[in-house]
Write a protein that binds this ligand. Structure first.
Ligand SMILES: [Zn+2]
Length: 114
């Protein structure tokens, strides 16, 4: 079972297929272990098969998680409120939990740290 955690510009090799030199990877929780997959492989891991639609779903959720991380980076109440409001207007459930913003992805709640 995989869950989307976020994105990384530092890890550029896919742990799934070994492809190198990617612009970015998607960080996934695989049964408690963090792995980095390219977006196509992440689409297959999260949604069952490689397809343009599934890669787009990964881009959608990875984009919102990256947005949430950027927005709460200041760590202020206003920053958290702004992120929660924007996500909620996009139809995505989000709730502050201490220093983290919980974002509800199709695979479950992902904790986004500031
Ligand atoms: Zn791959």
């Amino acid at each position: 079972m995989f869950k989307l955690l976020g994105t990384s510009d530092d890890v550029t090799t896919c742990d799934c297929c070994g492809k190198r030199g990617l612009k970015m990877t998607v960080a996934l929780d695989r049964d408690g272990e963090v792995v980095h997959f390219g977006r196509d492989c992440a689409g297959a891991a999260l949604y069952g098969r490689k397809s343009a639609g599934n890669t787009d779903r990964v881009k959608f959720w990875a984009g919102w998680i990256a947005y949430a991380r950027r927005t709460i980076a200041a760590g202020t109440d206003a920053a958290f409120a702004a992120a929660e409001d924007r996500l909620s207007r996009a139809g995505i459930e989000a709730a502050r939990c201490g220093d983290e913003l919980m974002v509800r992805t199709p695979q479950g709640w992902t904790a986004v740290a500031a």
